[in-house]
Design a protein around this ligand. Sequence first.
Ligand SMILES: [Zn+2]
Ligand SMILES: [Zn+2]
Ligand SMILES: [Zn+2]
Length: 139
Amino acid sequence: MSYQEFRELYVICDECHTSLLVCDATDEDADNEAADHGWQCDELQGRHYCPLHWHVECHDCEAADSGAPDELEAAGWHIDRDYPDDSLCPNHHHLSCRECRKWDVGPLHRLEYEGWQLNSTDPNDSLCPECVKAKEETK
Ligand SMILES: [Zn+2]
Ligand SMILES: [Zn+2]
Ligand SMILES: [Zn+2]
């Protein structure tokens, strides 16, 4: 008679207690598997959130929110899906200059006040104040 041990492991959402079955996996594999299913795994705090209950925190202020990542993005969040704690709330934008690769982060009104020229479709294709100035001078 042979035995086979089959380890069943569940990843549980800390918000709604939905569970995801991952078979025969180490804890680390379980996290990876859960992530493949759209779960958020917070290794530091050992928390897990199902695809409907991601927890995001703004990298630049105290703002935090939870919900489905798509919904949060629709609400204006800029989510870093690998590091949700590095997300940006609707009030904070990360702009990069397409000319010199300089970047800045902050409320849009401040960045615009400082002279950033925002490309709203691709914030990484914006122009920093210096490059805006340089462009104006060469005109
Ligand atoms: Zn949940
Ligand atoms: Zn913020
Ligand atoms: Zn620039």
